[in-house]
Write a protein that binds this ligand. Structure first.
Ligand code: HEC
Length: 121
């Protein structure tokens, strides 16, 4: 077996850098491909478990109270504000404790539909 010629090595290096960059930044267009879900409230309920939202929030009457209770969030936030928050919390509030979950658009939609369904007023 011979060593790859130098242009092949450069191509492999470039590919490795691109892949590492995508894994690091997890851009939403990529999440839309790999984390495509059915945007329904039922899926939203499962995503709340998957991402551990209740570790910090109360949702549908259950969870923690270290972060705002989300059962009335639509009373003071628009759907668009919630969407932009879920896309990247730190872009809205740099020192927030809420992590960026690198959600896809359909995951965000499912979470919004579930949160809407459990609103208490
Ligand atoms: C590590 C704790 C933590 C986790 C986990 C977490 N959040 Fe949050 N979240 C916060 C905090 C804290 C705030 C309030 C903003 C602030 O003051 O930093 C917040 C704010 C929000 C808001 C805006 C509420 C408002 O009053 O404006 C929404 C919506 C929200 N979170 C949804 C979610 C969802 C959905 C999940 C799961 C995918 C989640 N959060 C997971 C900590 C968390």
């Amino acid at each position: 077996m011979s060593l790859p010629s130098s242009w092949k090595r450069y191509a492999l290096l470039l590919a490795a850098v691109v892949v590492a960059g995508l894994l690091w930044t997890r851009p939403r267009w990529l999440m839309n491909v790999v984390k495509r879900v059915e945007p329904s409230p039922e899926v939203g309920a499962r995503l709340v478990e998957k991402y551990g939202c209740r570790d910090c929030h109360t949702i549908a009457g259950r969870g923690s109270s270290t972060a705002p209770n989300l059962d009335r969030v639509f009373a003071y936030r628009t759907e668009e504000e919630i969407r932009r928050w879920l896309e990247n919390p730190k872009r809205i509030k740099p020192n927030t404790a809420m992590p960026n979950f690198h959600l896809s658009d359909s995951e965000i939609q499912a979470l919004i539909l579930f949160l809407k369904q459990v609103q208490t007023e």
